[in-house]
Design a protein around this ligand. Structure first.
Ligand code: CP
Ligand code: NVA
Length: 281
């Protein structure tokens, strides 16, 4: 909640934080592609008077040396590091090898910085997180796992509907969500319908099979009509229009996807300031 409060303050008055990260450098290591994560972190550091360095895993010597050695070196240059990796264990190993804070910029299992922006968006749209129910429809993936974690910390009720073989697959807090066989059951009366791609980065070879299995899980006008009349539509983006979400819903009045994407910037700034000890926890 402290992070969300700070993010809200930064969003309202970014000018108050123009010098907060003066002479600070964020190192950003990417083993996967990105639009939002890369740009929001880089812009965020710039707007706070700091600097960010983009490191493409393939074009660094991470491919040549022991992973922990390269991380230890980055930590000697940078004040804080962010990484987008395949195996979640790489984030854990980084945290062990680094003398500076590590931010998970997405792993196969988790996407926590996305969930921070999601919570801020939900709080803005409904004025509070109390009494809110979200239904996540689609693949039980990294975004879904982190959404469940975040909602369980924030007291937001979480329902999910995934195909049986594509359910969540990491340890999650006890009783933190309810699984439904069909999207229609899951979204009944909810305040938020959330979805993500059916094919995450690294799963491209499974595209055809996944598109077939997930077809009944598309978020379209029929599905959204079964949610609460005040319901909003959320998506972490990038979206695959016509697959996990119809154009009609994506472009419709209930969609908050661009506010949600913008909130990545404000919440990441708050996270950086807290991790660097510039703002108190
Ligand atoms: N939502 C998200 O993390 O987007 P990118 O993959 O473009 O960074
Ligand atoms: N589940 C997606 C999220 C992208 C932001 C992936 O891992 O590719």
């Amino acid at each position: 909640m402290g992070l969300l409060d700070l993010a809200e303050k930064i969003k309202k008055h970014p000018e108050n934080y123009r010098e907060s990260c003066k002479f600070k450098t964020l190192g950003m290591l990417f083993a996967k592609t990105s639009t939002r994560t890369r740009v929001s972190f880089e812009v965020g550091m710039y707007q706070m008077g700091g600097h960010a360095i983009y490191l493409d895993w393939e074009k660094t010597n991470f491919t040549l040396a022991k992973f922990e050695d390269e991380v230890a070196v980055l930590a000697r240059y940078c004040d804080i590091l962010m990484a987008r990796v395949f195996e979640h264990d790489s984030i854990i190993r980084m945290a062990r090898a680094s003398s500076v804070p590590i931010i998970n910029g997405l792993s196969n299992d988790h996407h926590p910085i996305q969930s921070l922006a999601d919570l801020l968006t939900i709080r803005e749209k409904f004025g509070s997180l109390e009494g809110i129910t979200v239904a996540y429809v689609g693949d039980g993936n990294n975004v879904c796992h982190s959404l469940i974690w975040a909602c369980s910390h924030a007291g937001v009720k979480c329902r999910i509907s995934t195909p049986r073989d594509y359910n969540v697959h990491v340890p999650l807090p006890k009783n933190s969500f309810t699984w439904y066989e069909t999207p229609e059951e899951a979204v009944k009366g909810v305040d938020i319908i959330y979805t993500d791609t059916w094919v995450s980065i690294g799963q491209e070879a499974e595209t055809k099979a996944r598109q077939q299995v997930f077809r009944p899980f598309q978020v379209n006008a029929n599905l959204i009509a079964q949610a609460s009349s005040r319901a909003i539509f959320m998506h972490c983006l990038p979206a695959h229009r016509g697959l996990e979400v119809s154009d009609e819903v994506f472009d419709g009045p209930q969609s908050v996807v661009f506010d949600q994407a913008e909130n990545r910037l404000h919440t990441e700034k708050a996270l950086i300031l807290k991790l660097l000890g510039i703002e108190a926890w």
